[in-house]
Design a protein around this ligand. Structure first.
Ligand code: NAP
Length: 291
């Protein structure tokens, strides 16, 4: 990497940012594409989000990613917001425009691309979402266009109910329902479905945990898609495969949310070969942070 007076900067706003894999994605893409661009993490202290967004603009940054806990907090400080990000209520990518940044959500298109790459279809599927946090909410909205039925299962069932109501209001029909995680025994045993694991349970360092341990639950799912990428093989994935299902982790979602952000910043199309280079760099990086 040759940094000079013309180097453009992109970065990550979050707290913490120390374990991010985004520099591996973006710096690999920039190098592979021969672009004079560098990507760095910015640890933003609580209460300084506005200063971070305005400062990034003042410093002529080309764009930023935004991670926990600022995905909703950045919204008031944007010049514009993309309709999808507005509907989801979370922004993970800032793109420089005249007078400020435009906010996008590339997590959900990233997940859709990752599922497509993994051969997991959504159209016409009955989908279980485990969790009702920020990401689960976004997943529920993403699925609303294609799934035949959505069931949101959460420890705190009120949060799942609230998301289901919002999705139904948006879809104009009774598409989504809610269930407490502890009531999984009420699920039909006849048709197996796709389950998207969107809780924090099983994330490093608590790698021996899954939100549901009972094998009986896993016999009701044909595909388990865990959004966690650290570790790369979660307990949820193990339980899914032990019960005869297919299992995937969140590493490709992370890759594609980055690829889409990079395309938004630079206006270039990332080729398959470059995607693969970035994916290899992520996997290399991940061996350093796993267990
Ligand atoms: P969040 O808003 O904090 O939500 C956390 C969810 O986990 C809530 O539904 C919470 O249930 C549930 N939960 C936490 N501890 C639990 C426990 N002990 N038992 C049962 N449920 C528990 O988190 P988020 O931002 O939505 O992120 C969720 C996951 O998505 C994380 O694992 C993150 O790594 C992953 N993610 C992946 C990508 C990617 O690119 N692959 C991108 C973003 C996020 P309650 O509501 O009952 O507290």
């Amino acid at each position: 990497m040759n940094i000079n007076g013309c180097t453009r900067t992109c970065g990550l706003i979050g707290n913490p940012v120390e374990h991010t894999m985004s520099p591996a994605i973006h710096n690999t893409l920039a190098e592979a594409m021969g672009q004079n661009l560098v990507y760095v993490p910015f640890h933003v202290q609580t209460g300084l989000v506005r200063e971070a967004v305005e400062g990034a603009y003042a410093l002529n940054l080309l764009g930023c990613n935004v991670t926990v806990p600022y995905k909703s907090q950045v919204i008031p400080y944007l010049k514009e917001i993309d309709p999808l990000a507005e509907r989801i209520g979370a922004v993970n990518t800032l793109v420089r425009v005249e007078g400020g940044f435009k906010g996008y959500n590339t997590d959900m298109p990233g997940l859709a691309r990752a599922m497509e790459a993994d051969g997991v279809k959504i159209a016409g599927e009955k989908v279980l979402i485990l969790g009702a946090g920020g990401v689960a909410r976004a997943v529920a909205f993403m699925l609303a266009d294609a799934a035949s039925e959505i069931l949101i299962m959460n420890r705190t069932v009120e949060k799942a109910r609230k998301i289901a109501e919002e999705v139904n209001a948006c879809a104009g029909r009774e598409l989504a329902g809610a269930l407490s995680v502890s009531d999984y025994g009420k699920l039909s045993k006849t048709d197996r479905c796709l389950a998207i694991q969107a809780t924090n349970v099983g994330m490093y360092p608590r790698v021996d945990e899954a939100v549901i341990e009972d094998r009986d639950f896993y016999e009701r799912i044909h595909t388990g898609y865990d959004l966690i990428f650290n570790p790369v093989r979660t307990r949820f994935m193990e339980l899914t495969t032990e019960a005869g299902g297919r299992a995937f982790n969140g590493l490709k979602m992370l890759l594609y949310q980055g690829v889409i952000a990079y395309e938004l910043w630079t206006g270039v199309r990332v080729t398959k070969d470059m995607e693969e280079q970035a994916f290899r760099a992520m996997k290399q990086e991940s061996t350093g942070i796993l267990l």
